[in-house]
Write a new protein. Structure first.
Length: 93
């Protein structure tokens, strides 16, 4: 169980960082410097990490016996900048 939680924490941090890079670096480069390839690269990595985050959140919810509300909050945190950091601090041991 500890390995699964540790893996989820790593995925959570990587997903949050990829989202911040996408919003803070890749999107401005696309629209201000006409460099859309950055959005493609970072966006693909973020998409994969997002799917892993959701899958791991569902798996961890069964291990930690979260109720539906907690799982919903953790999933909503994945679409908010800095949200996964909050979920990590609040809901993971």
């Amino acid at each position: 169980m500890q390995n699964a939680i540790k893996t989820f924490k790593i995925i959570s941090v990587l997903e949050a960082l990829s989202f911040l890079v996408l919003l803070g670096i890749a999107m401005p480069l696309k629209y201000l410097m006409d460099m859309p390839e950055m959005v493609r690269l970072v966006g693909m990595a973020h998409g994969v990490l997002f799917m892993l985050y959701i899958a791991m959140a569902v798996y961890i919810s069964t291990l930690l016996k979260w109720n539906a509300k907690t799982l919903f909050i953790v999933i909503i945190c994945s679409v908010l900048p800095f949200g996964p950091f909050y979920a990590d601090k609040k809901y993971l041991p």
